[in-house]
Design a protein around this ligand. Structure first.
Ligand code: SF4
Length: 639
């Protein structure tokens, strides 16, 4: 029996429980493609575990399982973590390791490692089958083989129970592989030379399944849904399956191709939103990226979608070759003047492996960070200062924050328990096991015990220090132990009323996180200067005098009055980064206060509750769509 474990690791987040969108769809497709092979057992690491378990715990879990083959789906956000885990696993297991996914391209030197046994370029199903059927095939060390026939006729892997739509209440459905366009920044086409569409019957049976299961949202992973030849028929059939439009559908589309009848068909089928890539309105930049766009038709299509009750999220890219700060502002003005700013996504250009821009970066004058996510640093017409100015302009003109600070979620106390339990570590259950989410260090705890706990942390996790003064050398050692065991897991250190602020801040100098971390690039524009973005320090204090802090540090007021604050009192704390509400009151008093304040919370400083149950309720009231389901059921005590 050959035992195979397939793993997809998420985009790292600074807040535990935030949706990651890490649906292991590719892994589930591979499993489905190989179900008929005898003497092979294939498991996909469930999303709830892969997305929220820390590095050390993930290693223990895989080592215990002892698979013969481990397959990783590699993206720019997880490639360094995948290579780290592979190196560690190779030293303890005899398993063979396969890498596939968008990061695996022939022009990407970053992926090369002696720990990897096989690289799969493009579609995975056919190559995966050959590896399981023919031992000699491993000697090739790499392969690319289209899987068009298999893709066209296969049911969605959700139908066989291989995925967990309940985690994010979303189902992903692949309806097309390949794209007729060839935008120079995009790697979507991978090894595809032709377009392949999933059979209509397969798409409809998946939509039916989503309706039957009560899934809230279905995202059609289709880069340009309107190129599908039988689109009108498909939409009519979806309408019949989803007559009450309870299932909300989303996809991507070229807005230029939308006319009034098509917009009406989309609306009748239950579509609620499309991503419509504009990227820029600058003709020269559009030409260089091979994305010819008729701006008039784009606008007409976007307006037709909106008039049909379908939101149109406009994508923009900052730092495209030939784009200038002035041209970028004109693009932003175009979006604002035409009231397309309801849901704009703005990304700095990322010069991804496998793309035309990567191939031609020297000729085009693109200077980008050599590590993921390969963010542009400057171009011939956009210097480093221009990026911050362009971002400020876009945020003001479009009235949004493209890189908002992390949520404030610093609850640590259980309700209705004795004093001892109030200082208990906080665990969550993932995949049937308990993992440490919040480590409470109110007094000195043995470092041997900390080493043990480091092997059980979630990703991300928090460490609460104080309020008693702690020896700085001890704290430095503690943070080193935790982060050395989990070098890719974002960490938040919460300092409860620190007596010595400067020493408290320097604790962070002692962490051993991987640098540069993916978040250093991904959240580059959270602050003007580049730097650490994976370790956050939050000071909680009863002193409301604002303190001068560095990047990735925040000061939160500790509200411990006998009564709850009123709106003007919260507004008085706007100069700080938030308020921790730590008030003991009757349950209905607290809940009434939350119900009253939640609708206006966007106009107030960030709020967190000290009690875990109240904080969960607060997040459900103020940010329900941002958090995953079923992974924040907190438990006290030890593993
Ligand atoms: S950006 Fe969209 S339209 Fe352009 S090649 Fe990629 S998937 Fe196709």
């Amino acid at each position: 029996m050959t035992d195979v474990l397939l793993i997809q690791l998420p985009i790292p987040r600074l807040n535990y429980g935030r949706r990651t969108g890490n649906v292991p769809l590719a892994a589930a497709c591979l499993k489905q493609a190989a179900t008929d092979i005898a003497d092979v057992r294939i498991d996909v690491l469930p999303e709830s575990v892969a997305s929220f378990v820390g590095d050390a715990a993930l290693l223990s879990l895989i080592e215990e399982r002892r698979p013969d083959v481990i397959g990783f789906s590699a993206f720019s956000w997880n490639i360094d973590r995948v290579l780290y885990l592979s190196r560690r696993l190779k030293s303890t297991l005899a398993a063979r390791i396969i890498l596939g996914g968008p990061e695996i391209t022939r022009d990407n030197p970053r992926i090369l490692s002696a720990d990897i046994d096989f690289y799969v370029y493009g579609d995975g199903e056919a190559v995966f089958r050959r590896l399981l059927l023919d031992q000699n095939f491993w000697q090739k060390r790499q392969a690319a083989e289209p899987a068009a026939d298999w893709f066209r006729a296969s049911p969605s892997p959700y139908l066989s129970g291989g995925l967990e739509p309940q985690i994010e209440n979303i189902m992903l459905l692949e309806t097309q592989r390949g794209c007729p366009y060839h935008c120079a920044f995009c790697y979507y086409n991978k090894s595809h030379t032709t377009l392949v569409f999933a059979d209509r019957a397969r798409v409809i049976e998946a939509v039916q399944w989503a309706c039957d299961q009560g899934v809230d949202e279905l995202f059609l992973l289709d880069p340009s849904l309107n190129v599908r030849p039988d689109l009108a028929d498909l939409l009519e059939q979806i309408r019949r399956v989803n007559p009450d439009r309870r299932l909300a559908l989303f996809s991507e589309i070229r807005a230029e191709g939308v006319d009034a009848p098509l917009a009406a068909l989309f609306a009748a089928a239950g579509f609620r939103g499309f991503e419509i890539g504009l990227q820029t309105t600058h003709p020269e930049a559009l030409k260089i990226m091979r994305r010819s766009t008729d701006i008039g038709l784009f606008l007409k299509g976007a307006r037709l979608l909106k008039a049909s009750g379908i939101s149109a999220a406009v994508d923009l890219i900052m730092g495209l070759p030939a784009d200038t700060p002035g041209a970028f502002k004109r693009t932003v003005d175009f979006v604002a003047d035409n009231e397309l700013n309801e849901d704009v996504q703005l990304f700095p250009l990322t010069v991804l492996p496998g793309t035309e821009f990567r191939r031609r970066h020297k000729e085009l004058g693109l200077v980008f960070e050599p590590h993921p996510p390969y963010t542009i640093e400057r171009t011939a017409s956009f210097d480093q200062n221009d990026f911050m100015e362009a971002l400020d302009y876009a945020e003001n003109r479009l009235d949004t924050a493209f890189f908002p600070p992390p949520d404030l979620d610093i609850a640590w106390r259980f309700s209705g328990v004795d004093a001892e339990r109030q200082a208990a570590d906080v665990y969550v259950r993932l995949g049937g096991r308990k993992y440490l989410n919040k480590l409470i260090v109110a007094g000195k705890r043995p470092l041997g015990k900390i080493s043990e706990l480091a092997r059980r942390v979630t990703s991300p996790y928090q460490v609460f220090l104080g309020p008693q003064r702690l020896d700085p050398v001890y704290v430095a050692d503690l943070l080193k132990i935790l982060t050395a065991a989990n070098p890719f897991c974002p960490i938040e250190v919460v300092l409860m009323e620190p007596a010595d602020l400067i020493t408290g801040m320097r604790f962070v100098d002692h962490i051993s996180l991987q640098r540069p971390h993916f978040l250093d690039g991904d959240l580059r524009y959270l602050y003007p200067r580049p730097g650490n973005r994976a370790a956050l320090v939050t000071i909680v204090s009863r002193n409301a005098a604002p303190r001068i802090l560095d990047d990735m540090q925040r000061h939160v007021f500790w509200w411990q009055d006998a009564r709850l604050p009123e709106r003007p009192e919260l507004e008085d704390l706007f100069e700080l980064d938030g308020v921790l509400i730590d008030v003991e009151a009757a349950a209905d008093t607290l809940q009434n206060w939350q119900d009253r304040i939640a609708p206006v919370s966007a106009e107030l400083p960030y709020i967190s509750f000290a009690r875990l149950d109240l904080q969960r309720r607060w997040l459900a009231l103020t940010a329900a769509d941002d958090y995953a389901n079923g992974i924040m059921d907190y438990l006290p005590g030890s593993p």
